[in-house]
Design a protein around this ligand. Structure first.
Ligand code: F6P
Length: 373
Protein backbone atom coordinates (compact mmCIF):
# COMPACT_ATOMS: atom_id res chain seq x y z
CA UNK A 1 0.00 0.00 0.00
CA UNK A 2 1.36 3.42 -0.86
CA UNK A 3 2.49 5.70 1.95
CA UNK A 4 1.12 9.24 2.36
CA UNK A 5 3.83 11.73 3.24
CA UNK A 6 3.50 15.42 4.10
CA UNK A 7 6.47 17.75 3.61
CA UNK A 8 7.30 21.33 4.58
CA UNK A 9 10.20 23.78 4.79
CA UNK A 10 10.53 25.91 7.92
CA UNK A 11 12.74 28.67 9.35
CA UNK A 12 15.01 30.89 7.26
CA UNK A 13 15.33 29.73 3.66
CA UNK A 14 18.66 28.59 2.24
CA UNK A 15 20.10 27.19 -0.99
CA UNK A 16 19.55 23.43 -1.24
CA UNK A 17 15.97 23.25 0.09
CA UNK A 18 14.54 22.55 -3.36
CA UNK A 19 17.27 19.99 -4.07
CA UNK A 20 16.32 18.18 -0.85
CA UNK A 21 12.57 18.31 -1.67
CA UNK A 22 13.38 16.85 -5.07
CA UNK A 23 15.53 14.13 -3.47
CA UNK A 24 12.74 13.03 -1.12
CA UNK A 25 10.09 13.28 -3.84
CA UNK A 26 11.84 11.58 -6.74
CA UNK A 27 13.04 8.66 -4.60
CA UNK A 28 9.64 8.49 -2.92
CA UNK A 29 7.66 8.38 -6.19
CA UNK A 30 9.96 6.21 -8.27
CA UNK A 31 11.18 3.69 -5.71
CA UNK A 32 8.90 3.59 -2.70
CA UNK A 33 5.37 4.11 -4.01
CA UNK A 34 4.75 7.28 -1.98
CA UNK A 35 2.19 10.01 -2.41
CA UNK A 36 3.55 13.35 -1.26
CA UNK A 37 1.71 16.49 -0.32
CA UNK A 38 3.47 19.78 0.40
CA UNK A 39 2.40 22.26 3.08
CA UNK A 40 3.00 25.93 2.39
CA UNK A 41 4.98 28.33 4.56
CA UNK A 42 6.24 25.93 7.19
CA UNK A 43 4.17 24.86 10.19
CA UNK A 44 1.61 27.58 9.41
CA UNK A 45 0.57 25.69 6.29
CA UNK A 46 0.21 22.52 8.30
CA UNK A 47 -1.91 24.32 10.91
CA UNK A 48 -4.10 25.98 8.28
CA UNK A 49 -4.15 23.02 5.88
CA UNK A 50 -2.72 24.99 2.98
CA UNK A 51 -1.35 22.42 0.59
CA UNK A 52 0.65 22.10 -2.60
CA UNK A 53 0.29 18.95 -4.69
CA UNK A 54 3.72 17.50 -5.35
CA UNK A 55 4.36 15.40 -8.43
CA UNK A 56 7.31 14.64 -10.71
CA UNK A 57 6.53 17.58 -12.98
CA UNK A 58 6.71 20.06 -10.10
CA UNK A 59 10.04 18.62 -8.94
CA UNK A 60 11.57 18.73 -12.38
CA UNK A 61 14.08 21.57 -12.87
CA UNK A 62 14.20 22.75 -9.25
CA UNK A 63 17.56 21.17 -8.32
CA UNK A 64 19.43 24.37 -9.07
CA UNK A 65 16.83 26.84 -7.78
CA UNK A 66 17.45 28.84 -4.61
CA UNK A 67 14.78 29.40 -1.93
CA UNK A 68 11.94 26.94 -1.47
CA UNK A 69 9.04 26.22 -3.80
CA UNK A 70 6.86 25.60 -0.73
CA UNK A 71 7.54 28.94 0.96
CA UNK A 72 8.65 29.11 4.57
CA UNK A 73 8.04 30.92 7.86
CA UNK A 74 9.41 31.01 11.36
CA UNK A 75 6.06 29.99 12.88
CA UNK A 76 6.04 27.57 15.79
CA UNK A 77 3.18 25.04 16.16
CA UNK A 78 2.61 25.85 19.85
CA UNK A 79 2.86 29.66 19.56
CA UNK A 80 1.43 30.93 16.28
CA UNK A 81 0.10 34.44 15.63
CA UNK A 82 -3.45 34.01 14.35
CA UNK A 83 -5.03 37.42 13.76
CA UNK A 84 -3.51 39.38 16.61
CA UNK A 85 -3.50 36.51 19.11
CA UNK A 86 -0.84 33.90 19.83
CA UNK A 87 -2.39 30.44 19.72
CA UNK A 88 -1.31 26.86 20.27
CA UNK A 89 -2.05 25.26 16.88
CA UNK A 90 -0.84 21.75 17.75
CA UNK A 91 -4.35 20.30 17.70
CA UNK A 92 -5.11 21.88 14.33
CA UNK A 93 -1.90 20.33 13.01
CA UNK A 94 -2.86 16.90 14.30
CA UNK A 95 -6.26 17.35 12.58
CA UNK A 96 -4.59 18.21 9.25
CA UNK A 97 -2.30 15.20 9.59
CA UNK A 98 -5.25 12.90 10.17
CA UNK A 99 -7.45 14.50 7.52
CA UNK A 100 -4.82 13.70 4.87
CA UNK A 101 -4.25 10.19 6.31
CA UNK A 102 -0.54 10.93 6.56
CA UNK A 103 1.93 8.25 7.55
CA UNK A 104 4.59 10.84 8.33
CA UNK A 105 5.53 14.48 7.91
CA UNK A 106 9.01 15.57 6.76
CA UNK A 107 10.27 18.91 8.10
CA UNK A 108 13.24 20.60 6.44
CA UNK A 109 14.77 23.13 8.79
CA UNK A 110 17.41 24.33 11.23
CA UNK A 111 17.63 24.33 15.03
CA UNK A 112 14.17 25.83 15.61
CA UNK A 113 12.58 23.30 13.29
CA UNK A 114 14.13 20.39 15.18
CA UNK A 115 12.52 21.72 18.38
CA UNK A 116 9.14 22.14 16.68
CA UNK A 117 9.40 18.68 15.14
CA UNK A 118 9.87 17.06 18.53
CA UNK A 119 6.75 18.87 19.78
CA UNK A 120 4.79 17.27 16.94
CA UNK A 121 6.35 13.89 17.69
CA UNK A 122 5.18 14.30 21.32
CA UNK A 123 1.69 15.06 19.95
CA UNK A 124 1.72 11.63 18.28
CA UNK A 125 2.86 12.45 14.74
CA UNK A 126 5.49 10.49 12.81
CA UNK A 127 8.15 13.06 12.01
CA UNK A 128 11.45 13.00 10.10
CA UNK A 129 13.63 16.09 9.69
CA UNK A 130 16.47 17.20 7.43
CA UNK A 131 19.14 19.65 8.67
CA UNK A 132 19.40 22.90 6.72
CA UNK A 133 20.83 26.30 7.60
CA UNK A 134 23.59 28.57 6.40
CA UNK A 135 24.69 28.81 10.06
CA UNK A 136 25.79 25.12 10.19
CA UNK A 137 24.81 25.07 13.87
CA UNK A 138 22.64 21.93 14.02
CA UNK A 139 24.11 19.24 16.30
CA UNK A 140 24.33 15.58 15.29
CA UNK A 141 25.22 16.19 11.63
CA UNK A 142 28.64 16.82 10.11
CA UNK A 143 27.22 19.73 8.16
CA UNK A 144 23.92 21.33 7.13
CA UNK A 145 22.93 22.09 3.56
CA UNK A 146 23.01 25.79 2.72
CA UNK A 147 26.27 26.32 4.58
CA UNK A 148 28.62 25.59 1.70
CA UNK A 149 26.83 28.01 -0.63
CA UNK A 150 26.78 30.79 1.96
CA UNK A 151 30.46 30.18 2.66
CA UNK A 152 31.24 30.64 -1.04
CA UNK A 153 29.21 33.85 -1.21
CA UNK A 154 30.77 35.32 1.94
CA UNK A 155 34.28 34.31 0.84
CA UNK A 156 33.80 35.91 -2.55
CA UNK A 157 32.65 39.09 -0.82
CA UNK A 158 35.76 39.12 1.38
CA UNK A 159 37.90 38.60 -1.74
CA UNK A 160 36.24 41.50 -3.54
CA UNK A 161 36.47 43.78 -0.53
CA UNK A 162 40.21 43.12 -0.34
CA UNK A 163 40.95 44.97 -3.56
CA UNK A 164 38.97 48.06 -2.63
CA UNK A 165 40.37 48.05 0.94
CA UNK A 166 43.90 47.89 -0.49
CA UNK A 167 43.30 50.67 -3.03
CA UNK A 168 41.91 53.07 -0.43
CA UNK A 169 44.13 51.98 2.48
CA UNK A 170 41.02 51.38 4.55
CA UNK A 171 39.72 49.08 7.22
CA UNK A 172 36.71 47.20 5.85
CA UNK A 173 34.49 45.48 8.37
CA UNK A 174 32.38 42.71 6.80
CA UNK A 175 29.36 41.49 8.76
CA UNK A 176 28.28 37.95 7.94
CA UNK A 177 25.30 36.01 9.29
CA UNK A 178 25.55 33.76 12.34
CA UNK A 179 23.82 35.07 15.44
CA UNK A 180 24.81 32.20 17.74
CA UNK A 181 27.49 30.22 15.89
CA UNK A 182 30.53 31.55 14.06
CA UNK A 183 31.07 28.81 11.45
CA UNK A 184 30.29 31.08 8.53
CA UNK A 185 32.33 34.05 9.78
CA UNK A 186 35.28 31.87 10.70
CA UNK A 187 35.18 29.85 7.47
CA UNK A 188 34.80 32.86 5.18
CA UNK A 189 37.37 34.79 7.18
CA UNK A 190 39.99 32.06 6.88
CA UNK A 191 39.20 31.29 3.24
CA UNK A 192 39.21 34.98 2.32
CA UNK A 193 42.36 35.75 4.33
CA UNK A 194 40.73 38.25 6.71
CA UNK A 195 43.13 39.94 9.12
CA UNK A 196 40.67 39.86 12.02
CA UNK A 197 37.82 37.37 12.58
CA UNK A 198 35.26 37.92 15.33
CA UNK A 199 32.74 35.20 16.21
CA UNK A 200 30.19 34.76 19.03
CA UNK A 201 32.15 31.93 20.66
CA UNK A 202 35.29 34.05 21.19
CA UNK A 203 34.49 37.37 22.90
CA UNK A 204 36.77 40.21 21.82
CA UNK A 205 37.93 43.62 22.97
CA UNK A 206 37.98 46.53 20.55
CA UNK A 207 41.42 47.46 21.87
CA UNK A 208 42.83 44.06 20.85
CA UNK A 209 41.39 44.46 17.35
CA UNK A 210 42.69 48.04 17.01
CA UNK A 211 46.13 46.95 18.23
CA UNK A 212 46.29 44.14 15.63
CA UNK A 213 45.40 46.63 12.88
CA UNK A 214 47.95 49.20 14.09
CA UNK A 215 50.56 46.45 14.20
CA UNK A 216 49.82 45.66 10.54
CA UNK A 217 50.13 49.38 9.71
CA UNK A 218 53.53 49.53 11.46
CA UNK A 219 54.61 46.67 9.17
CA UNK A 220 53.54 48.65 6.13
CA UNK A 221 50.13 47.04 5.59
CA UNK A 222 47.83 49.99 5.29
CA UNK A 223 44.55 48.12 4.94
CA UNK A 224 42.74 45.49 7.01
CA UNK A 225 39.75 43.22 6.54
CA UNK A 226 37.71 42.45 9.66
CA UNK A 227 35.15 39.63 9.28
CA UNK A 228 32.49 39.76 12.01
CA UNK A 229 29.66 37.32 12.68
CA UNK A 230 26.44 39.17 13.48
CA UNK A 231 26.38 37.60 16.96
CA UNK A 232 29.98 38.45 17.88
CA UNK A 233 30.30 40.17 21.24
CA UNK A 234 32.84 42.08 23.28
CA UNK A 235 33.90 40.51 26.57
CA UNK A 236 31.64 42.97 28.44
CA UNK A 237 28.65 42.13 26.24
CA UNK A 238 29.30 38.41 26.62
CA UNK A 239 29.35 38.87 30.40
CA UNK A 240 26.01 40.71 30.31
CA UNK A 241 24.45 37.96 28.17
CA UNK A 242 25.80 35.22 30.46
CA UNK A 243 24.30 37.00 33.48
CA UNK A 244 20.92 37.41 31.76
CA UNK A 245 20.87 33.76 30.68
CA UNK A 246 21.70 32.71 34.24
CA UNK A 247 18.93 34.98 35.56
CA UNK A 248 16.48 33.37 33.12
CA UNK A 249 17.60 29.83 34.00
CA UNK A 250 17.34 30.48 37.75
CA UNK A 251 13.99 32.30 37.59
CA UNK A 252 11.63 30.95 40.23
CA UNK A 253 8.40 32.35 38.88
CA UNK A 254 6.86 32.82 35.43
CA UNK A 255 7.02 36.60 35.91
CA UNK A 256 10.75 36.48 36.70
CA UNK A 257 11.41 34.34 33.65
CA UNK A 258 9.40 36.72 31.46
CA UNK A 259 11.35 39.69 32.77
CA UNK A 260 14.72 38.01 32.13
CA UNK A 261 13.62 36.97 28.62
CA UNK A 262 12.52 40.54 27.87
CA UNK A 263 15.90 41.89 29.03
CA UNK A 264 17.68 39.34 26.84
CA UNK A 265 15.52 40.26 23.84
CA UNK A 266 16.25 43.94 24.43
CA UNK A 267 19.98 43.24 24.52
CA UNK A 268 19.80 41.44 21.16
CA UNK A 269 17.63 44.21 19.66
CA UNK A 270 20.15 46.82 20.70
CA UNK A 271 23.03 44.66 19.49
CA UNK A 272 21.96 44.79 15.82
CA UNK A 273 24.13 47.80 15.00
CA UNK A 274 27.20 46.61 16.88
CA UNK A 275 29.28 46.26 13.71
CA UNK A 276 28.60 49.90 12.85
CA UNK A 277 29.77 50.90 16.31
CA UNK A 278 32.84 48.66 15.93
CA UNK A 279 33.68 50.25 12.56
CA UNK A 280 33.44 53.76 13.98
CA UNK A 281 35.55 52.90 17.04
CA UNK A 282 38.24 51.26 14.90
CA UNK A 283 38.51 54.42 12.81
CA UNK A 284 38.87 56.51 15.98
CA UNK A 285 41.40 54.19 17.59
CA UNK A 286 43.59 53.57 14.53
CA UNK A 287 43.19 56.77 12.55
CA UNK A 288 42.54 54.63 9.47
CA UNK A 289 39.42 55.36 7.41
CA UNK A 290 36.89 52.56 7.93
CA UNK A 291 33.85 51.23 6.10
CA UNK A 292 31.21 48.63 6.93
CA UNK A 293 29.64 46.08 4.55
CA UNK A 294 26.73 43.99 5.82
CA UNK A 295 26.20 40.95 3.58
CA UNK A 296 22.83 40.06 5.12
CA UNK A 297 20.36 37.95 3.16
CA UNK A 298 22.59 37.90 0.07
CA UNK A 299 24.19 34.92 1.79
CA UNK A 300 20.92 32.97 1.69
CA UNK A 301 19.97 33.67 -1.91
CA UNK A 302 20.58 32.12 -5.29
CA UNK A 303 21.54 28.76 -6.67
CA UNK A 304 23.08 26.13 -4.35
CA UNK A 305 26.72 25.13 -4.76
CA UNK A 306 27.54 21.68 -6.16
CA UNK A 307 28.41 20.47 -2.64
CA UNK A 308 25.02 21.62 -1.30
CA UNK A 309 23.13 20.03 -4.20
CA UNK A 310 24.94 16.79 -3.54
CA UNK A 311 24.39 16.89 0.22
CA UNK A 312 20.70 17.83 -0.08
CA UNK A 313 20.11 15.08 -2.65
CA UNK A 314 21.95 12.56 -0.49
CA UNK A 315 19.96 13.44 2.65
CA UNK A 316 16.67 13.75 0.76
CA UNK A 317 16.95 10.31 -0.82
CA UNK A 318 18.12 8.77 2.48
CA UNK A 319 15.04 10.32 4.07
CA UNK A 320 12.78 8.56 1.54
CA UNK A 321 14.48 5.25 2.38
CA UNK A 322 13.93 5.78 6.11
CA UNK A 323 10.28 6.69 5.54
CA UNK A 324 9.88 3.48 3.56
CA UNK A 325 11.43 1.50 6.42
CA UNK A 326 9.11 3.19 8.93
CA UNK A 327 11.92 4.93 10.83
CA UNK A 328 10.43 8.03 12.45
CA UNK A 329 11.29 10.55 15.17
CA UNK A 330 14.73 11.17 13.66
CA UNK A 331 16.80 13.75 11.83
CA UNK A 332 18.65 12.46 8.76
CA UNK A 333 22.22 13.50 9.53
CA UNK A 334 25.29 13.65 7.29
CA UNK A 335 28.11 11.37 8.43
CA UNK A 336 31.14 11.34 6.17
CA UNK A 337 30.00 10.22 2.73
CA UNK A 338 26.99 8.53 4.24
CA UNK A 339 23.99 9.51 6.35
CA UNK A 340 22.39 8.23 9.51
CA UNK A 341 19.19 8.72 11.49
CA UNK A 342 19.73 10.57 14.78
CA UNK A 343 16.92 10.66 17.39
CA UNK A 344 15.32 14.10 17.54
CA UNK A 345 15.86 14.06 21.31
CA UNK A 346 19.63 14.16 20.69
CA UNK A 347 19.33 17.19 18.42
CA UNK A 348 16.50 19.49 19.55
CA UNK A 349 17.29 22.41 21.81
CA UNK A 350 21.05 22.32 21.23
CA UNK A 351 23.35 24.50 19.15
CA UNK A 352 26.57 23.35 17.51
CA UNK A 353 29.03 26.09 18.42
CA UNK A 354 32.63 26.45 17.26
CA UNK A 355 34.82 24.80 19.93
CA UNK A 356 37.68 27.05 21.07
CA UNK A 357 40.20 24.35 20.08
CA UNK A 358 38.62 23.58 16.70
CA UNK A 359 41.21 23.05 13.94
CA UNK A 360 39.83 26.08 12.05
CA UNK A 361 40.47 28.26 15.12
CA UNK A 362 43.98 26.87 15.49
CA UNK A 363 44.75 27.40 11.81
CA UNK A 364 43.45 30.97 11.91
CA UNK A 365 45.74 31.74 14.84
CA UNK A 366 48.69 30.01 13.16
CA UNK A 367 48.40 32.16 10.04
CA UNK A 368 48.44 35.25 12.24
CA UNK A 369 44.75 36.15 12.19
CA UNK A 370 43.59 38.19 15.17
CA UNK A 371 40.51 36.67 16.84
CA UNK A 372 40.06 39.64 19.12
CA UNK A 373 40.81 37.81 22.37
O1 F6P B 1 19.05 31.08 10.84
C1 F6P B 1 19.62 31.47 9.66
C2 F6P B 1 19.81 32.96 9.61
O2 F6P B 1 20.20 33.29 8.30
C3 F6P B 1 20.77 33.54 10.63
O3 F6P B 1 22.12 33.48 10.27
C4 F6P B 1 20.29 34.97 10.73
O4 F6P B 1 20.64 35.52 11.96
C5 F6P B 1 18.81 34.82 10.60
O5 F6P B 1 18.59 33.62 9.86
C6 F6P B 1 18.11 35.96 9.92
O6 F6P B 1 16.74 35.72 9.97
P1 F6P B 1 15.62 36.45 9.13
O7 F6P B 1 15.66 35.92 7.74
O8 F6P B 1 14.37 36.10 9.83
O9 F6P B 1 15.95 37.91 9.15
Amino acid sequence: MSKHIGILTSGGDCPGLNAALRGVGKAGFDHFDMQIIGFRDGFRGLAQDRTQRIDSTLLSGILTDGGTILGTSRDKPHKMMIGNKTQDMTEAIVDTYQRHHLDAVVCLGGGGTQKNAIRLKDAGLNVVTLPKTIDNDVVGTDVTFGFDTALEIATEAVDRLHSTATSHHRIIVVEVMGHRAGWLGLGAGIAGGADVILIPEIPYTIDNVAEAIKDRARKGKRFSIVTVAEGAMTTDQAKTVAELVEKKDNAQTKAEKKEASAELDLFHEQHVDHTLHLTQRLEELTGIESRLTILGHLQRGGTPSAADRLLATRLGTACAQLLDQGVFGVMVAARGDSSMPVPLEDVAGQTKLVPSDHPWVQSARLVGTCLGD
